[in-house]
Design a protein. Structure first.
Length: 246
């Protein structure tokens, strides 16, 4: 997949979408208590925190203010993504369609553990995962390339099915950045090591897929404009600078 990146501004979002284009809004799920604790969630069903439920309402309201007419809403079938998608579905009159391919990485034996616990139980393995993200398998879980393969496979089918339309996809931090790495042509290990494509809770990234050229243009990345009047903006931005937990 080829990509071009435009300036990070909402001004680049097209009012009209060509018949050979698909506009995709990628939304990371809202905050959970485990996000704050730096506890690995992986594919465990963790509910949104009270703050996260409020964030989900806010991003839903913001999406209704966009000029694009959204025709479909897809979500990871994990609870935290589902809870984020529900108010979006309500506001836009859409049905949230569950997609297992949009799940977060399966973190295996690390699921439910704090990052400090992992360092104690698996000394040096967190650093190795960040250093060798292109090949390291989380004990009993997935590799990032495996996550990338499943979400990219779904993405190709989705944009083909929605030519000339705009859609919303609710997923997870690592899952989304693995997709963006593929669209950008970035090396997986470099993406993780350099913390490219990191997104805060309810961060929104827009991608315009051109079916004629095969290019995927990132129109804006990790927009938190909808949270600007709340302390959630600061919290979400600060957490993008912390060691990754999924």
């Amino acid at each position: 997949m080829n990509t071009t990146r435009k300036a990070s501004t909402l001004a680049h979002v097209p009012v009209r979408i060509g018949r050979q284009e698909t506009l995709v809004y990628l939304v990371r799920h809202a905050q959970t208590a485990w996000n704050i604790e730096r506890r690995f969630q992986g594919q465990i069903d963790v509910p949104l925190s009270e703050e996260g439920l409020a964030q989900a309402e806010i991003v839903a309201n913001w999406l209704t203010s966009q000029q694009s007419h959204f025709t479909a809403l897809y979500t990871s079938d994990l609870l935290r993504a589902n809870q984020t998608a529900r108010p979006i579905a309500d506001r836009l009159g859409l049905v949230a369609q569950d997609v297992a391919a949009l799940r977060e990485i399966h973190a295996g034996e690390w699921q439910g553990l704090l990052t400090d616990d992992i360092e104690e139980l698996y000394p040096g393995q967190l650093a190795r995962w960040h250093r060798e993200a292109d090949e390291f398998r989380l004990p009993g879980g997935e590799t990032i390339p495996e996550v990338q393969a499943r979400i990219c496979g779904w993405y190709k089918q989705a944009i083909e099915a929605h030519r000339g339309q705009a859609i919303i996809v609710v997923s997870h931090g690592l899952a989304i950045r693995s997709l963006l790495a593929a669209l950008e042509g970035w090396d997986v290990a470099d993406t993780e090591r350099m913390r490219k494509a990191i997104m805060g809770n309810t961060g929104v990234t827009a991608v315009l897929a051109d079916h004629v050229t095969g290019q995927n243009s990132v129109l804006f990345h990790n927009s938190l404009a909808h949270l600007e009047s709340t302390h959630s903006t600061r919290d979400a931005q600060e957490r993008t600078n912390e060691p990754a937990a999924v």
